[in-house]
Design a protein around this ligand. Structure first.
Ligand code: BG6
Length: 474
């Protein structure tokens, strides 16, 4: 039976957290809910579900511990009220009795939001049980990434979800879409008119997106063995960023108009071939707990994407993600073409004009230009104009996204076709059957990645803060 979301504008009147004893709830979801509560945007009962043999008191203790660890400025009165929102249902997801108990705990709630913070293998079990127990009626569901592990499994997962929920009731979380600087990228593009004339193949030479992380797999070896950099962050976060950079202006600001344009641009990306990709693995990865001693999983990937559209044909989009890099930072650089004539002599060794978006951990948008060096002669120097610069993300991505899901606003969630078309781009490079290239921890990855770049300047390496970055130009 398919439950239609007849009341999408109705805010959720209960939140059900499946996997409430897990790491994601502890590190991200509880703090996000607390911050919402502090801003008086959350007072809904929460029903945690897990098979841990816990009682409600243990869950409340865990919530308190999470807030103490992850929220610096706590208000004791808010916290005292907040923990009282939590209830607990213990049980195995495979047993009907668990869902009967959940249905009872939901009481009079008519629009629960079910949050699946559970291993993907359990999604079908839980979703089918929703249908059978009546827990799905009038409800919405939040699904955590990964949405499948390739195109075929993503389609299968979507079929399972659609067996019980219609598309408008399914909220697929990609937390990058909830990040303030990622939203600002979209805002900056479409709230200004000066960019539009140059935002195309006539002026843009190339686009680079780098997501560098200093940490390794941080105890998540078993998860990472099933994923690798391409599945973990390229298919999701980085293709989303590429789509926001490259999409056409949406006809309106509503969620479907936005997602329509993202789907169109993702569809214009031809599936990648192995020559467009360099995969790497940091030395020491194979010794991590949960990692196979002969693992071929990549902890680094660099790729050259194309977009066969009127706007972007011929403009390479270079995308790179890696663990154990020299810094933790995500940056986008849009390089413009050089001036058509060299009025003031050669431009050798010079940065082209560019627009730089630093998406984290601190946030900035900067325009790179050349200005005359004071004194005799027409000699120049590179200058950067900071349009905006912030110390960090003003609102946590989970806080924003959970708030939206509770309110029924799907704008920042991935739609089925969007997820599937992103898988179609990376599908051919998911199982190359070759060893990734080894790289030393603390470096920018295997040297052959440099060869992916066609153009005078190499990879743009973000620095520890927005002011410092480097790259070499020939
Ligand atoms: C997650 C990936 O989706 O994003 C992690 O699974 C990665 O491997 C994380 O570390 C990075 O997110 P953020 O918000 O810290 O940039």
């Amino acid at each position: 039976m398919l439950f239609r979301s007849t009341s999408m504008r109705e805010p959720a009147d209960a939140l059900v957290l499946f996997g409430v004893t897990g790491d994601l709830c502890y590190r991200k979801i509880f703090p996000a809910l607390y911050r919402l509560a502090r801003r008086e945007r959350f007072s809904t009962p929460v029903i945690g579900v897990a098979r841990a043999g816990w009682k409600r008191e243990q869950l409340i203790e865990r919530v308190r511990a999470s807030i103490h660890e992850f929220v610096a400025d706590r208000d004791p009165a808010v916290l005292a009220q907040f923990v009282q929102l939590f209830h607990y249902v213990d049980g195995d997801y495979r047993e009907a009795a668990t869902f009967t108990a959940l249905r009872k705990a939901l009481g009079a709630a008519r629009h629960p939001l079910h949050y699946l913070s559970i291993p993907p293998s359990m999604f079908p079990v839980v979703v089918k049980a929703f249908g059978a127990s009546g827990c799905a009626a009038g409800s919405r569901v939040v699904v955590e990434k990964p949405f499948g592990r390739d195109l075929a499994s993503a389609r299968a997962l979507n079929r399972v979800l659609h067996g019980v929920f219609d598309e408008a009731s399914i909220f697929r979380i990609d937390h990058y879409l909830g990040k303030e600087p990622v939203q600002n990228l979209l805002y900056f593009r479409f709230a200004n008119s000066f960019l539009e004339p140059m935002w195309n193949r006539n002026y843009v030479a190339s686009v680079q997106i780098t997501m560098a992380e200093q940490i390794g797999v941080a105890g998540r070896g078993r998860f990472y063995e099933e994923a690798g950099a391409i599945r973990d962050v390229v298919q999701s976060h980085l293709l989303q960023v590429a789509a926001l950079l490259a999409m056409e202006p949406p006809v309106a600001g509503d969620s479907d108009s936005m997602r329509e344009e993202k789907v169109k641009v993702l569809k214009a990306m031809p599936p990648l071939s192995t020559e467009q990709v360099v995969r790497g693995q940091f030395r020491g990865y194979r010794e991590e707990p949960g990692v196979a001693p002969d693992s071929r999983v990549e902890t680094y990937a660099a790729l050259r994407l194309e977009i066969d559209s009127w706007r972007w044909a011929g403009v390479p989009f270079y995308v790179r993600a890696g663990k154990r890099m020299p810094v933790t930072a995500t940056e986008v650089v849009v390089d413009l073409r050089p001036p058509p004539a060299r009025v003031f002599g050669g431009l050798g060794q010079e940065q082209p004009n560019y627009i730089r978006f630093r998406l984290g951990p601190d946030v900035a948008i900067a325009l790179g230009a050349r200005a005359k060096r004071a004194g005799a002669g027409m000699k120049g120097r590179a200058v950067e104009l900071f349009v905006t610069q912030e110390q960090g993300d003003a609102m946590d991505a989970y806080e924003r996204l959970i708030g939206d899901a509770l309110a029924g606003d799907a704008s920042l969630f991935a739609r089925q076709d969007e997820v599937e078309v992103a898988w179609a781009v990376v599908d051919p490079i998911l199982s190359p059957g070759t060893e990734p290239l080894a790289y030393e921890p603390g470096t920018w990855g295997p040297a052959p990645a440099d060869e992916l770049i066609h153009g005078p300047c190499g990879w743009h390496n973000p620095g520890p803060d927005a002011q410092s970055w480097s790259r070499s130009c020939a």
